[in-house]
Design a protein around this ligand. Sequence first.
Ligand code: PEP
Ligand code: MG
Length: 949
Amino acid sequence: MLALDVQHVRMDQHAADKTQALQCLVNILVEDKLVTPEYLEGLKAREQQSATYLGQGIAIPHGTPQSRQYILETGVRLAHFPEGVVWDGENKIYLAVVIAAKSDEHLQVLQVLTKALINDVSEQVRTATSAEQIIELLQAQPLSLSLHENLISTHIPAQDTDDLFWHASQLLKQQKFVEPGFLTALDPKQMIHLGEGIWSITATDYVITPAISIVKPDQALTYHNDTLTTLLCIASNEQLDLPQFNRLIDILFDPSQREKLTYENDSHEIAQIIGAEIIPDWPSKQVTLANAHGLHARPATHLVNISKTFKGDLQVAVDDGAYVSAKSLTKLLSLGCKRGQVLTFIAEPDTDAVLGLDQVIDAVKQGLGEEVEPIDDLSHQNEHVTEDVLSFDDESADQTSGIAASAGLAFGPAHVLKPREFKYERQSKNVKVETEKLEKAIEQVKQNIHQLISETKIKAIQQIFTAHLEMLDDPDLIQGVHKGLKQNLSAPAAWYEHIESAAKAQESLKDHLLAERAADLRDIGERVLAVLCNAPVISEPEEPYILIMHDVGPSDVARLDKERVAGILTAVGGASAHSAIVARALGIPAVVGAGASVLNIESKTTVLINGDNGDYVINPTADLIDHAIAERERQRQLRIEAEKHSQEPAITLDHHQVEIAANIGKVNAGIKAVKDGAEAIGLLRSELVFMAHKSAPDEATQEAEYRIILDDLAGRPLVIRTLDVGGDKPLPYVPIPEEENPFLGIRGIRLTLRKPDLLRKQLVALLRASDNRPLRIMFPMIGRVEEWRAAKAIFDEIFAEYPRENIEVGMMIEVPSAALLSPILAQEVDFFSIGTNDLTQYTMAIDRGHPVLSAEADGLHPSILLLIDQTVRAAHQYGKWVGICGELAADPKAVPVLLGLGVDELSMSSGSIPLVKAQIRQLNFAECQKVAQQALLCDSATAVRELGE
Ligand code: PEP
Ligand code: MG
């Protein structure tokens, strides 16, 4: 097979005319020992018969059959002529694909090129500046039109064509056929009445792959005085498969077929009528994934192993997405399934896979080998570790910081491992030898991994290595490598190139947790490559050291002896990477993502790292090390002491009391909160209570659950937030259309105002459960006064029906616009609760879960403090109270500032309560007020954190 290869592209060639160009091409072929110089005559003769101009600035010169005698070896070379060469009359070429083929192999090249040229690539060909660019252009395969059951939706409660456009483009977007923006490309003026109530609309912008979605309103609409019963929404581009499209139109216009398309048809029936690809009508079962990090390599491996025990075909899809084999690890990973998403499994009828469905569902529920928190219990996710937090403070030392990935302090000599370079020949002539080499190397690596699994007792490490073994066995992966081998790549080249492209594909997944699994692929990639290239095993120093690397592969960490590796410092990586997971499992302190400069630290230089806050110090003084150790011990003692007084109030030395409350997300978490010293529940994240249910809990169920919490609080106040679904908190039975920016989309009150019944039921349940006990209800994500008023109006309506005593109604302040409008809102609410997590995210425009940037989103930034200050002053002016329920409330550096700004309540995860109470008892309120005023004048979060030190 003749393949187009980067190595075979010669850039920057020059020729005044076609004759010179042909000479230049023959020179290249001769240089590469593919032909003898006489082949030139064959090329010329062929051009005289008819020019080999292919189109779009490309020619495909090749010799006549008679000149094949001058061919030494079949091959193809590409030459780029940036100034162009006139080839055929007016046609100029910029790229010549010269072929020396002993038989008819050149047809394969032609086939690839013809397909690629369905796209207009002429301009890219002309302006290409690298060999890689050219190969990428030519290898683009046209995709055919997709018409699939998942792209059909019926019974849509549509008022007008806008509603239909929205649904039609959603279907295409969910299946990733179009990009966000496609909806805007749908121009109603372009609607065509195909007749008989069938309309079509076509757009070519934002199209990834041509496809058609079909939407039917629940009753006929009138459009331009005509009836509209069916809308075909065509996402088209040059690659549109016209024959298939024409077939569809033929069917729709065949009266006997069209008659069948009644309003009773569901999408499955329509798909059958029009010949669309159909979701197999196999037995199916659904389950919601509860794994914190989604369906990443380890749980996916577990799933593959279970699926493989059944003979029949077992497929799985996420939400309404496409089905993939549950037996292929790479396919499962490509689903990018996150916690909270629904997996639908289907099993081939009449096989044991059908019986296996229950087993698979159970396994998913149990976490696929991982410990999972039931989907209702997310409250810990925002827990903030306040123990062991230590900021280094030594100006003589060279201090910087990265991301805290594994808690603890560590110091020792630096052991810097830079990325390894492997040398190998890219091409090889002997596919068989290379295949054997590869198989041997993979076998050897597998044996090493088996040994590592047997040597470790730590489950997390065993699971990671088991996933690595599964990756090494993955048929898709191996097939990809074999493709390269067949194209005469050497074993290391075929292996490396395929692994790298698979890792890149994994990396491009939107979910950063799944994207981080690319590290696992590269990890096995490097291990096999090292064996193939006979690269030496790098030995580690004798004494406990700080390992410094670009990124630590999971197997690197696991291979390291905990007794020797005191700590880990990396240039890149996130806190949720496998390496961080393993470091945590081993108890090795780690700071990751500290930047490339860490690789320049001289080996043997002493480094001190703090895995609690991400700080690290190069050349710390002996005093600093002593101080760090002493500080850690001091914090431990402080906690023991604080726990003894957790039930006492938080009153400053000068008698200012602040209410200390707990954030909870579970019905039965109230008892522990009270035990930890909570004086109230300051935030019940009610969406987490909802998530414990498979379908929306009805009023009675909700009432019973709210009653449990109020009972457990024994008269203490309960602040409950109405449903805050959306953003990073999907609720399977409250579907939200896929959004480009979910955090900026339909979330919190924006959702419930669009589904007022949901809100109404929740409010009824709450009022009924309250029994006149102190209940404070607040609405999340209010950004506009209108939203507050709309929500409050619904409350008033319900309250009129269920009047109760002791009820307050307030709102969260977590959108900057709400904070800025607090002087107006304060007149209407009973209280504010400031959600600093979101307020920080939205004020600083940093995704709160961003693997790199989230460390910069510090709630102590003066911009946030100014918003808090304004909110508190506005509230107090109208006699209303203000709480803080974001993570900042438990941050020891923030507590004095927040007190000083006058907040009335701090609400936090209950584990933090004893320490925060103990801290407040040591503070002087008047001092806090001074510090707060200084903080408002600071220019950065760092400056605020340094106040009072
Ligand atoms: C917040 O945004 O600070 C908050 C408390 O709400 P959540 O973390 O649930 O979004
Ligand atoms: Mg929030």
